[in-house]
Write a protein that binds this ligand. Sequence first.
Ligand SMILES: [Zn+2]
Length: 233
Amino acid sequence: MAQKAMVFIDGSWLYKSRTALFQRSDKDGAFEIDYAKIPRLLCDNVARVSGSPVDCVRTLYFGTIPSMRSGYNTSKQYSFYDFLEKSCGYETEIHEVDVSNNAAIDDTWVKMSLGASMLFYAGHPAAFDIAIILADDLDYTPVLRRVRLFGKRVQVVGLHLPDGSVPSRGQSLFHKSRINDFPPVFLDDYLADLRLVRSSKVRVCKQCGAEEQTTWAGVDFFCSSCRGRYRSV
Ligand SMILES: [Zn+2]
């Protein structure tokens, strides 16, 4: 019988990792991640290593949005999260962070929320067998150890350092005992597989019905003039 895997994505970690991925891809700066491919790629990898089929049952994404920052338009970020939900099959948990006094966004909410969800599902015997976590962050040590006490197995996904080396002890979950059930996975090893290939096609605007050539792959398409009107509201 296939094992069930759930993918837990720390959106703050993935957002920071994008910069490293861009730098390691070819230098034309055109690299974009195909988010829809991430869960399948990681589940296939676990299946290959464990030698048994793996069902990717759910992908949970935890992220934040800055609110109350004057002059900051959050609509683009919300449409990104909509895109993850509707086009990539993710379930998103998004928290509005009040940054009205220009405080930096801290990612405590993301970590607490991801850890709580993982432990919650680990307590349900049939929810998953394998937790795949995208965040090589030592703060997750306690929760990953407890998830394993429920008999679950853990796959940590991280990144190489900028010079291509493996993060050292004290920087990475990969060196921690009682956490890693599978060999480390480095997201930057899969650049070619994660590249978004944009194909341009004619789509119909949901608002006005006009046709326009676009590379937008989301569920709803709005033409450039309708998008312009929306922004100016
Ligand atoms: Zn339109």
